[in-house]
Write a protein that binds this ligand. Sequence first.
Ligand code: URA
Length: 413
Amino acid sequence: MNIIDIINKTKNKKELSENEIRWIVGNYTAGNLPDYQMSAWLMAVCLNGLTERETLSLTLAMRDSGDILDLSGINGVTVDKHSTGGVGDKTSLIIAPVASVCGVYVPKMSGRGLGHTGGTIDKLESISGYRTEIPFSEFVDIVNRTGFSIISQSGKLCPADKKIYSLRNASGTVESIPLICASIMSKKLALNADCILLDVKYGSGAFMKTYEDAVKLAGMMQRIGEKAGKKCRAIVTNMNTPLGSSIGNALEVKEAVEILQGKCRNNLYELSMTLTAEMLNLAGKGTVEECREMAENAITSGKAYEVFRETVSLHGGHLEFPEAQYKYEVRAVHDMKITGIDSQEIGMVSLILGAGRIFKDEPIDYTAGIVMNCTVGDCVSVDDTIMTLYSSKISDFSEASYRAVKALKFCKI
Ligand code: URA
């Protein structure tokens, strides 16, 4: 076997065998293949795609590149949920405690944000004292005690994905349905929960810009999960508008807490309830309608918030929300109706404010972000505040406010 033959096969749309795919993944992960040859193969995949058989082989080869977790120490059915990334997406912080109250276990490993999309681990690390890296035995213990735990992805899981994903970022090969599918599913399969719910997003701010591409990715991920022996379901949801009213790490945790306390019912609440109902149904807890009712009751009874507080405390965290040093109100310059809010652009504004990172491992400002004071469909009068920008990193809001206004779609009334 040699790399030139493998690159040429994919370049000429010839199907690779499982052995050839295991060879390329194994050798690249072990450092036996240079980045330029792996990039050439990844680009061929980007341009020509892979068959579903090849995508399954790639997913399993990446899964097998590191540890596969043994979750047998958890006292019941385990359910994992994954979102393909978005702006203002803090559903994991809501879904995990709600689903736990409804009788399933949610052992979750998450990642950090990169570019305009946020990451659950950054949100959790904005909670003072919260430990995202704990021994596996403590992770299992917390899941057994409260029903869920969210920690940072172990470096021992899918080392192949870690290396390949960095290379994709640096070689313009991120946007490929089989590569995204293998990257996400290898990590989900290595985490090894009994059931996997996938929330595949489309629109501005999402990897998949069109509904049709999101449906293709969702179908492929669900089939790969099933072929790998899991109960797996993928649903497609809209990411044209940010989820909820807050974007930025501590601001998002605060909003998740408000939802868990039953104080707020917006598009974030709706999506969280929909996803939880699907997760519970997948785990055999009832029909989707019954499961939705259970999820809503977990919030109104106050139990989901209790479980969240207890889990945060077991992780060493204290739920308090310091305000940013500087803030700026974006106000309406005429009477207007808000007709749209561009997620990607809002994600970029939060990056400028300091809430995200362009380069891996860059420090971030946990207090930074945006609170939308109105939403799509609202009418505002001249001088009303449309959104509030927060930062402890910058005090000059000229670029951020200019781009924030650009993110709004409106008509004068
Ligand atoms: N998230 C991942 O983990 N991998 C991708 O390829 C895209 C999004």
